[in-house]
Design a protein around this ligand. Structure first.
Ligand code: KIV
Ligand code: NA
Length: 271
């Protein structure tokens, strides 16, 4: 496989091929996912839950994210996946200058793109970063760093007013230079509208229905390793397969074919 670039990812979208993304936090799983053909890996701040056993992403620090990014980068030597790292809570909220310094730490660790949560005030920061050569993935809908303000992990954009705000934020972020956008936990129709509003934006859904340009899941969720009750948008890809690599290959195939996510079983409707 040729190493994926922003240009290469755009070419996938332009020819109607879905983009596959998974989280990765260490070298072994990064290597495995790359070998299995995953297009994009995300060093998500979900590492707070998955790796550290925290109850939210809020305690995750920039230094910890840099450490996991370095681990993943070593697993990707000679590989092809495009690497995104999350800007953790309180590493960019002060404004563009703080965001640039934090993004620099992640890029110097080997990330090729940084992701930040939220709409509205973030547009200025996205413009600042992208004008300075840092590719940005935005993240709208359920933004876990705001879990306490949102009142829990609930579906976003369910009524006309909040769906309208979400679409406006998505367009502002796209105009500010975001080339990719995670859309988390929203009615399928809202994600579909965001993609239609911004045809060249690479929307990556998680609990956002089948209309996005790509899909992302937390690796440990889709491997059936996470204990406790999982959201309905998660599918266990290990069941029916005899290795983690086979499970990840099945995920890539299901995303590419459009078989995952199911428009009913893994998706949400408006209220
Ligand atoms: O941290 C994470 O794993 C994420 C994905 C769920 C998109 O942000
Ligand atoms: Na995240």
């Amino acid at each position: 496989r040729k190493p994926l670039t922003l240009h290469g990812l755009r070419a996938l979208q332009a020819r109607g091929e879905k983009i596959s993304m998974l989280t990765a936090y260490d070298a072994t799983f990064a290597r495995l996912c790359d070998d299995a053909g995953v297009d994009c890996l995300l060093v998500g701040d979900s590492l707070g839950m998955v790796i550290q056993g925290q109850t939210s992403t809020l305690p995750v620090t920039l230094e910890e994210t840099v450490y996991h990014t370095r681990c993943v980068v070593r697993g990707l030597v000679g590989g092809a996946a495009w690497l995104i790292a999350d800007l953790p809570f309180a590493s960019y909220q002060q404004g563009p200058a703080q965001a640039m310094a934090s993004a620099a730490a992640l890029m110097q660790a080997g990330a090729q793109m940084v992701k930040l949560e939220g709409g509205g005030w973030t547009a200025e920061t996205v413009r600042f970063l992208t004008e300075r050569g840092v590719p940005v993935c935005a993240h709208l809908g359920l933004t876990p760093q705001s879990v306490h303000a949102l009142g829990g992990y609930r579906i976003q954009g369910r009524d006309d007013a909040s769906a309208g705000t979400l679409r406006r934020h998505a367009t502002e972020l796209t105009q500010a230079g975001a080339s990719m956008m995670v859309l988390e936990l929203m009615p399928s129709a809202v994600a579909e509208a965001v993609q239609a509003d911004n045809p060249t934006l690479m929307t990556i859904g998680i609990g956002a229905g089948p209309a996005t340009a790509g899909q992302v899941l937390v690796l440990h969720d889709m491997l059936g390793l996470t204990r406790g009750r999982l959201p309905r948008f998660v599918r266990n890809f290990l069941s029916g397969h005899d290795s983690a690599e086979a499970a990840v290959r099945a995920y890539v195939a299901a995303v590419k074919s459009g078989e995952f996510p199911d428009p009913v079983a893994h998706s949400y409707a408006a209220a």
